[in-house]
Design a protein. Sequence first.
Length: 128
Amino acid sequence: MNSSEATLTAENTSSALQPHWYALCERKDLVANSGVVAWLDGKQVALFYLPDTAQGEQLFAIDNRDPKSGANVIGRGLIGQVAGELVIASPLYKQHFRLHDGRCIEYPEQRLDVWPVRLNGERVEIAV
């Protein structure tokens, strides 16, 4: 190992490398195969709960603000698939955003923020 290399150990890893999981809402607040919106530090986050996909139960957290219109409407979009990718269609201009990374299929320069999200018992937690 040269002087510019380092080995990460439990002693020298920073907590900055570990996400902080924040309780956003409860499982009962989710609507299967649809979107709900929650607040996260002054920003609207659309949550999509898909209980019965080929990969099993999935949960996605994506920015609620449509980049084309500026309206907070993504949580009211329609879930679907384009070329095998799970997407949300904006209810205004119908552009499709991939749920796993927020990238717009029709306009690659458009992208929505996404966050890691999980179910922890009955709590929905988001990593910030």
